[in-house]
Design a binder for this molecule. Sequence first.
Ligand SMILES: NC(=O)C1=CN([C@@H]2O[C@H](COP(=O)(O)OP(=O)(O)OC[C@H]3O[C@@H](n4cnc5c(N)ncnc54)[C@H](O)[C@@H]3O)[C@@H](O)[C@H]2O)C=CC1
Ligand SMILES: N[C@@H](CC=O)C(=O)O
Ligand code: NA
Length: 913
Amino acid sequence: MRGLAVASPLPPAAAAARRWPRASFSGRETSTQCWKYDLSQDRSLGGSLRIGQSQGSLLRHHSTNLLRPAAAAISVEQDDINTYLPKGDMWSVHKFGGTCMGTPQRIQSVADIVLGDSSERKLVIVSAMSKVTDMMYNLVHKAQSRDDSYMIALEEVFEKHMAAAKDLLDGEDLASFLSQLHSDVSSLRAMLSAIYIAGHATESFSDFVVGHGELWSAQMLSYAIKKSGAPCSWMDTREVLVVKPSGPNQVDPDYLESENRLQKWFSRQPAEIIVATGFIASTAENIPTTLKRDGSDFSAAIIGSLVRARQVTIWTDVDGVFSADPRKVSEAVILSTLSYQEAWEMSYFGANVLHPRTIIPVMKDNIPIVIRNMFNISAPGTMICRQPANDNGDLDACVKSFATIDNLALVNVEGTGMAGVPGTSSAIFSVVKDVGANVIMISQASSEHSICFAVPEKEVAAVSAALHVRFREALAVGRLSKVEVINGCSILAAVGLRMASTPGVSAILFDANINVRAIAQGCSEYNITVVLKQEDCVRALRAAHSRFFLSKTTLAVGIIGPGLIGGTLLNQLKDQAAVLKENMNIDLRVIGITGSSTMLLSDTGIDLTQWKELLRKEAEPADLANFVRHMSDNHVFPNKVLVDCTADTSVASHYYDWLKKGIHVITPNKKANSGPLDQYLKLRTLQRASYTHYFYEATVGAGLPIISTLRGLLETGDKILHIEGIFSGTLSYIFNNFEGTRTFSDVVAEAKEAGYTEPDPRDDLSGTDVARKVIILARESGLTLELSDIPVKSLVPEALASCSSADEFMQKLPSFDEDWAKQRSEAEAAGEVLRYVGVVDAVNQKGQVELRRYKRDHPFAQLSGSDNIIAFTTSRYKEQPLIVRGPGAGAEVTAGGVFCDILRLASSLGAPS
Ligand SMILES: NC(=O)C1=CN([C@@H]2O[C@H](COP(=O)(O)OP(=O)(O)OC[C@H]3O[C@@H](n4cnc5c(N)ncnc54)[C@H](O)[C@@H]3O)[C@@H](O)[C@H]2O)C=CC1
Ligand SMILES: N[C@@H](CC=O)C(=O)O
Ligand code: NA
């Protein structure tokens, strides 16, 4: 036996070892070095001798069984050649479906994608141009039903391909394609005419006709690739792929024969790029046939396996495999990896991934399949392979996807006589088999008292009738108690390879508030299947999906009162939502906005860029009860919060119920915390006993950290002695700006215009707003005071207290400007300013609100704008109080304070800090 002649020196051992890690070096660093190689582990060698033809291949000597890396130029003696077809990592297989081959421009893009792949060798499988396969079947159908319009239809097929070729090709390539097209169409015309005369087409006649779509698309693409100068041949896979029928509408590949034929083919045309026809094949007797449904994917997988490809890429028009049907679950995400088994399970449960049989050929050789979008090349796609690369072991990753099957019926066979009686299930399922029904899932209670199974709804009547006949006697004597049919069912399947090793998966599924009728989980635990009412299915699918795929800190937000503060908050949420999601994994979804007359609801989140417009155009009449139901019935989102941005006492009276329902509450509205003491205490007791949160930072000092500062002091054991301050942004603004240049009523109007006042400014001027804040802080400090316990000096002239509206009040206020001017001058003459202050006297358990005069150098006299200043005197801050100062009213700062509370909530739900 002759050896191998290597014409140029071998690569250095170290470099070679990197490239062939399983090789063990023996010999010296000379041209005589040899490499032992573990053939069994290397799919590039396929366990038998392969000889490479370029640098980077492995050569094995027959007699010594030693392998060595090939050098750039090798001359190989004919005797030593087992095969001409190089196999292994150098091959990359691509498949482009009809949509990808839909137009000449797309065919050109396909050519560009193929040329852009740097693999040493490429095998490209193509489908017919979109719609062509249907057109071809239609030709056969017309001809055999003796409809002579088949001639016109054939002409259309011809025109379509001629037009595409003229767009795509030119010169000699175009001429030779068109000449082939002419000749093919002539033979088709003859064959269709024969079919027309016979009024019948055999399957192979039909397959012969139909396969032309692929023959033409493959030739066009190969010419388009060749145009760029790349060496490319096209392959009629009927010469290579041999299959045998294995059932109705099903064929099995004959790998051995196909491999032999492929090698022969390659020895004739050893091109670096081969464009091959998908879908078509032939029998061992060379009769044309097809690979049936999803045939081109199957062709790609078989050929990928024959050449032991590095990868098979299936190009399509979606970014990859979704975690659930995106038409049903808008939150569905593209999965980066899937195991073969997961892809298999998903296909079974109706996900449009790959036909299970497409996976078999590549699975045996561990060849990854990548699903990619040819219209979005930047998307990495989904890789289907043996071991998911990003399998990081957390619970979220163990469920890969959810799929559903509708229109099922559940059959439940029940009875004490079933337990321990061998053959019952075999009797049941032989009945099912006899009526030809397709069992989708089976579940048997371990007590063996019942077996239930799901079948398509349209098959259940026959199944039920046959079971009643078969078990008539058992039913009559009571061994079986019933054969029950439950119509209108769906299956929801959770698929994931790692569910087996992850505790708690089914618990999460059940926790999603799904009313489950039956459950099945195989020992392999690749899927958990639950049967539920069809009408619940989409809701359940969304709920289950959200449990696994949404961030734990996804918050469904309902905004009540989109006025100044609520509206500003919505705009802030709109501007910041993407940043929060990106940086902190906090996903905020406003799923409802209600004003006093209209409300806007959404299941998955309102588009905040147009909330105002939507609220005008798409809103429904406001109904707070329905609004809250919409929040609590939503099972997509794990956490919900209602944000009350009204000043309404009746809205505040519902907080207790909402917290009880598990809905968190956040508010700038002071009514609940300054309302009747018993209700306040009841609310706080409930909230402290639950894990539901209630935040209200903006009720005092707007966005200033007043409540949180006070809480921090108290929770760390400090003792509050005294809290004193200017708590009203409105009154602060008024007295900071009422300096003799403008009238009192003008300054009040300015404060209202600036958004500092309450919806009715009398609430500010009357001192009620300050009294409420004093009560809130007093109660927070442990005092049990009612609002009526606080003496308040009202600045509302008695005559205006009874005005029927805020507008009327504002109109009449100027008549009191003179009184105010007098008070101000008196203070000024004494070197003092007017300031409206609130006091919590924790030592004496009292509160107070009054208009005081302060010397010009007092800190309270130094404020500007809407500044609040609050001084906490405590056991720790006794000599010098702890002071918080800053703008204490206004839309942006108040909405910002409410927003802060929302993030505090997200943080207590587990968001990163
Ligand atoms: N303006 C400010 O600087 C500050 C305001 N706040 C508080 O913020 C809250 C909101 O104040 P603004 O936005 O200025 O008032 P606003 O009058 O501009 O907005 C209140 C909104 O609530 C709506 N509303 C009233 N009753 C309702 C109900 N039952 N159901 C649904 N919607 C209802 C109104 O139609 C309006 O759109 C008040 O509680 C106020 O005390 C707190 C701190 C500072
Ligand atoms: N109207 C209030 C707003 C804040 O609570 C004020 O003026 O302080
Ligand atoms: Na505050």
